[in-house]
Design a binder for this molecule. Sequence first.
Ligand SMILES: Nc1ncnc2c1ncn2[C@@H]1O[C@H](COP(=O)(O)OP(=O)(O)OP(=O)(O)O)[C@@H](O)[C@H]1O
Length: 262
Amino acid sequence: MTRLELRDISKSFGALEVLAGISLHVAAGEFVSILGPSGAGKSTLFQLLTGALKGEGDMRFDGAPLDDHGRHFAFMPQRDALMPWRRVIDNVTLGLEVQGMPRRAAREQVAPLFAEFGLAGFERAWPAELSGGMRQRAALLRTVVQQRDMLLLDEPFGALDALTRAAMQRWLEGTWQRHRWTALLITHDVREAVYLSDRIYLLSSRPARIVSEIAVPLPRPRTTGSDAARQAAVLEAEILDTLLDTGADQASFPQTVQRSFS
Ligand SMILES: Nc1ncnc2c1ncn2[C@@H]1O[C@H](COP(=O)(O)OP(=O)(O)OP(=O)(O)O)[C@@H](O)[C@H]1O
């Protein structure tokens, strides 16, 4: 079942055309990535979804026009935005408290999830006492406990070192499989997109258009076995070629790429 559907979304800032007719969809329980060059307009698209900006085009959720943005989306920004003066558990409960839940009830609701998010024992720590990966897991936990229809993840691992980032990707893939959140991820990391996603939309440079829609045919859980690793590497190379071949002013029609690797 399609949850989010965008048709012909465009956005300009004055004379600067940023998004030029973006159409995409995300089904229930699907993990979809938007992969594109830096500055293409990926974050602008998320701002349209969260209602922070207005654009042109048709946005639908469960078939109805998207108006109550806050009800549908839980947004995790690039930076973890943990408040240094609140303990980790009180950062995690923040969204629930904003929704009107008393802090004590919110703490009781989130506490059982700390172990799954690798934060057991750090409930009463301060954000400054956490590693970069732990901070991102705390920020993700704060996002998912809001129990919205869909997660919007804006480069959640962009600021992490390569090793921590790989560990976080592996952890997220496992955690996502248990919960099957409907998720839309923004990234410019090809490997991350292939590793995490069911489908990937490739964006051109600004003004951003969707140049390709790619189904990722890799089995889950994503393993590092030689066959799976070879399939992933081939797909990553093809995606990179497509992105590099997509010049700033070139527009091509969406094209679905399905590969079986059989
Ligand atoms: N509020 C704004 N007013 C004017 N220009 C803006 C505004 N927000 C974004 N832009 C411009 O729109 C373009 C796209 O920005 P955006 O942050 O959406 O790109 P991005 O693909 O998310 O970039 P990155 O990958 O580097 O995070 C940039 O040129 C940016 O300067």
